[in-house]
Design a protein around this ligand. Structure first.
Ligand code: NAD
Ligand code: IPM
Ligand code: MN
Length: 365
């Protein structure tokens, strides 16, 4: 198939990990007979430096025309002055809103070979397989903001429609998994959370085959550490989802491992690792590209419908996590390029094996 992919490497390690993910997508195209073309655009701090705005019109226009968008990360100390008139992160939020990608899927699996890297005891990590569905275009991130000399506000607003569409998506995803949906809110305090809970309760009637439970976000933060394996799909609002998924990444062994897919109603999606621009290691070539590479796999699955190719990337990554080389965040010595190259070798091996298998089938048939 043919696909047009826009890349937005952004700032810090964003460009380093995006380059690795693009190399993997190019290898997939070659091995499986697809044609992907790539168009790169600025976003974030580098776009502020180049054009004075974090999401230049040309970058957004290109994303709107793309089949999928692959993003690295935005932000960094250079643009983090609290008094700055414009911030890199505004570009990312504007992009998510403009593309209407309200459902942010953040899958968490703990590879057995990495269990020792987690701060949790290994036995608690057995079988951890959670899909977080984070609402991405509403809540405090997008509410009105005010600031006077001695006070500030961030409005947190949700409409029923905003809650309903992401919750329905989570129910649908739960149907394809273990059929347990945990809705996380703060309904004991927040009105938006009470609307959220009412909405989940009403929609649950349409999904009688899915078991639904409600959990307050503070205790959820604890339960994620004590009983991570009992969760299947976890749906929550924007800010809670942001915080819980960085916490969840620690279970997997590193923030550098987790991918994400941001989806709206159509096929076009925005794909990014969940980590940031990692200013402390940017430019040193040691960033773990795994979260970005797994985001490329999600791109193939959700925007291009190439599930077998997505599985091939995931299997290649699993092989590298098991046998190495490993990046520094995982206790190894390998740089970004060495991890990328190992994934490329694993991918090529798999493509050769499946080619040999299919030519064997043809010869026999
Ligand atoms: P961060 O995710 O950038 O880094 C947190 C820690 O994790 C750092 O020690 C970093 O070195 C490590 N880390 C992150 N990614 C890694 C990788 N791929 N390999 C190895 N180690 C990795 O979070 P932060 O320091 O709180 O934020 C830095 C900047 O990134 C901020 O400006 C923030 O707004 C931005 N940010 C952007 C995104 C995004 O663009 N999607 C996401 C999160 C944070
Ligand atoms: C993320 C990031 C962003 C968020 C920031 C950079 C706006 O932390 O993608 O998780 O909070 O959504
Ligand atoms: Mn985050």
């Amino acid at each position: 198939m043919k696909a047009h992919i826009v890349t937005l490497p952004g700032d810090g390690v964003g460009s380093e990990v995006t380059a690795a993910a693009v190399a993997v997508l190019k290898a997939v195209a070659e091995h499986y007979g697809h044609r992907f073309d790539f168009e790169e655009h600025p976003i974030g701090g580098c776009a502020i430096d180049a054009c004075g705005e974090p999401l230049p019109g040309a970058s957004l226009a290109a994303c709107r025309k793309a089949d999928a968008v692959l993003l690295g990360a935005v932000g960094g100390p250079k643009w983090s002055d609290p008094n700055a008139p414009v911030r890199p992160e505004q570009g990312l939020l504007a992009l998510r809103a403009a593309l209407g990608v309200y459902a942010n899927l953040r899958p968490l699996r703990v590879h057995p070979a990495l269990a020792a890297l987690s701060p949790l005891k290994s036995e608690r990590l057995q079988g951890v397989d959670v899909l977080f569905v984070r609402e991405l275009t509403g809540g405090a991130y997008f509410g009105a903001k005010t600031r006077v000399a001695d006070a500030a506000t961030d409005e947190c607003k949700y409409t029923v429609a905003e809650i309903e569409r992401v919750v329905r998506r989570a129910f649908e995803l739960a149907r394809g998994r273990r059929r347990l949906l945990t809705s996380v809110d703060k309904a004991n305090v927040l009105e938006t959370s009470r609307l959220w809970r009412n909405t989940v309760q009403r929609i649950a009637a349409d999904y009688p085959d899915v078991k639904v439970e409600h959990q307050l976000v503070d205790s959820m933060a604890m339960l994620l550490l004590t009983h991570p394996a009992r969760y299947d799909v976890v749906v929550t609002e924007n800010l809670f989802g942001d915080i819980l998924t960085d916490e969840a990444a620690a279970l997997a062994g590193s923030l550098g491992l987790l991918p994400s897919a941001s989806l709206g109603d159509g096929h076009r999606g925005l794909y990014e690792p969940i980590h940031g621009s990692a200013p402390d290691i940017a430019g040193t070539g040691v960033a773990n590209p795994t979260g970005a590479i797994l985001s490329a796999a999600l791109l193939l699955r959700h925007s291009l419908g190439l599930d077998a190719e997505a599985l091939a990337i995931e299997a290649a990554v699993a092989r590298v996590l098991e046998h190495g080389p490993r990046s520094r965040d995982l206790g190894g010595q390998a740089g970004t390029d060495a991890v990328r190259d190992a994934v490329l070798v694993a991918l090529a091996d798999q493509a050769n094996t499946s080619r040999a298998f299919f030519s064997g089938v043809r010869a026999c048939g």
